[in-house]
Design a protein around this ligand. Structure first.
Ligand SMILES: [Fe+2]
Length: 356
């Protein structure tokens, strides 16, 4: 297993975020939608937006984009969890004994060792693929071929099983000879107690509300072996939060809808749909929502910051955020988070437009 270097916090504090280029070391950077290392794999365009060498070996991330009918055999990963979040189109997913139809906003959490398969059902289907190591993206990169295109090749031949299995061993990928049956979906509104595979429909999950925002845990550390958790936040225009950094965990921001302002080491970066920002431990950051209906996916590695959203919010059964509920900043919860969690506040919120 390769060990990747993680720079000292002081070095990260002062690193200007790189834009639209994979840095090759664990520093802050942002990738606009469509940017990244792209390769073609049997009719799918894989756009890698984080490799293990960009994240200190803590995860890998990519967008997978393809046309109607594109599918995979059943496969499983020896060493890594996979989390898929659908952003466009429709995706059928098979898990052991289950079949699900996913639309934008739906997600699936697949622990290591679980066989799963997918088929794209809409002409333009896209999802974010998150891996706790990044091996499966490296496998697809090694199996496919590099491309400069930003769209998938609808005329490409499907990947042959022989070609796919050739390199599978090296990247911890196992094929399973299972049949894709149309089984009834097993829907659940809550997260499982442990590391079992599950599909979560948009709007379900563990929901917490505050400050006109709705925060939903899509995966908790108990579902991922403590390696990460996934937080979906929706809300309207909001003020920047205080500038802060984390010592032990990496915060990753994906814009799902609307506009998000990110402030990272003094630079303001606007994220719109599909844009990604990596803020490793040490990055001094803040964010604000900049449009009336914004959605953000936060992927935090490891799971140490899980309680922050509980301290700052109250449980809710709502499926959308509320507007104008006149909530006060939860000062008590924030003080508790500062005392107990991996949170170092360094200053007041930045001004909008500062560092642009
Ligand atoms: Fe943060």
């Amino acid at each position: 297993m390769t060990i990747f270097d993680i720079p000292a916090l002081d070095d990260v504090h002062t690193a200007a975020p790189q834009l639209d280029t994979l840095p090759g070391r664990c520093v802050p950077y942002a990738m606009a939608a469509g940017e990244g290392e792209r390769h073609e794999l049997g009719g799918q365009l894989i756009t890698v937006i984080a490799r293990p060498e960009d994240t200190g070996g803590q995860f890998g991330a990519a967008y997978v984009y393809g046309g109607k009918g594109t599918e995979t055999p059943f496969l499983a990963h020896d060493r890594e969890h996979r989390f898929l979040f659908v952003t466009d189109g429709r995706l059928q997913v098979w898990l052991p004994g289950e079949s699900h139809l996913l639309v934008p906003g739906d997600s699936v959490t697949v622990p290591a060792g679980t066989p799963y398969a997918y088929r794209m059902l809409a002409h333009r289907t896209r999802f974010l693929s998150w891996l706790t190591v990044g091996d499966a993206h490296r496998w697809s990169q090694a199996t496919g071929h590099a491309t400069q295109s930003h769209v998938f090749d609808a005329a490409a031949a499907p990947m042959s099983d022989a070609r796919q299995s050739e390199l599978a061993d090296r990247f911890g990928v196992r094929f399973h000879d299972l049949e894709k049956k149309d089984l009834p979906a097993v829907t659940a509104a809550t997260l499982p107690a442990g590391e079992t595979p599950y599909v979560l429909e948009a709007g379900e999950g563990d929901r917490w509300a505050s400050l006109d925002q709705l925060n939903t845990y899509l995966a908790r550390p108990r579902n991922t072996g403590g390696t990460y958790f996934a937080m979906h936040t929706m809300g309207g225009k909001s003020a920047y939060i205080p500038r802060h950094f984390h010592r032990e965990h990496t915060e990753n921001f994906v814009c799902i809808e609307g506009r998000i302002l990110l402030h990272a080491n003094g630079r303001e970066i606007m994220l719109t749909k599909g844009d990604f920002l990596h803020a490793p431990a040490g990055t001094i950051h803040s964010f604000a929502f900049d449009s009336h209906d914004t959605q953000m996916l936060g992927l935090l590695t490891t799971g140490v910051f899980e309680k922050f959203f509980e301290y700052m919010n109250t449980p809710t059964n709502a499926h959308v955020h509320t507007e104008g509920c006149d909530m006060q900043f939860p000062a008590e919860g924030f003080a508790r988070a500062r005392a107990e969690l991996d949170l170092e506040v360094v200053g007041p919120p930045p001004a909008r437009g500062d560092g642009r």
